[in-house]
Design a protein around this ligand. Sequence first.
Ligand code: FES
Length: 139
Amino acid sequence: MDISSRRKFLTVSLAALATAAGGATLYPLFRYLAPSRSAESGQKITLQLADIPEGGAKYFELNGTAAVLVKSKSGSLAAFSAVCTHLGCIVQWQKGQDQFLCPCHGGLFSVAGAVLAGPPPKPLEKLPFVVSGDSIVVG
Ligand code: FES
């Protein structure tokens, strides 16, 4: 292999490496910034009312995203995306306190999804649901 061939081989190898590194860096950024397909997919999930104790919560996945159905101490139902509106951690239901705590930065949400404390800029995203007999259809 002469110097010209080595130089060409090195140039092609570095270009391939730079392309791979760029793709590895940009793809996660694209996935993070791209809108979720879940909002348009229109899937629904059916849960049993008996599976949610008073003051408790039931976590599930809806369209590939963590979601939660809560029954407050007063018995009212609400469904939310369980994804924190700050940086996307999954909020945890605080049984007995009727509120959600985000473990990442201490964001606190009410049983209605409103921001009570911490850095989250918006309330939890509400999900539509319908109670039908002993079932709840979310989505
Ligand atoms: S990600 Fe929830 S408070 Fe930061």
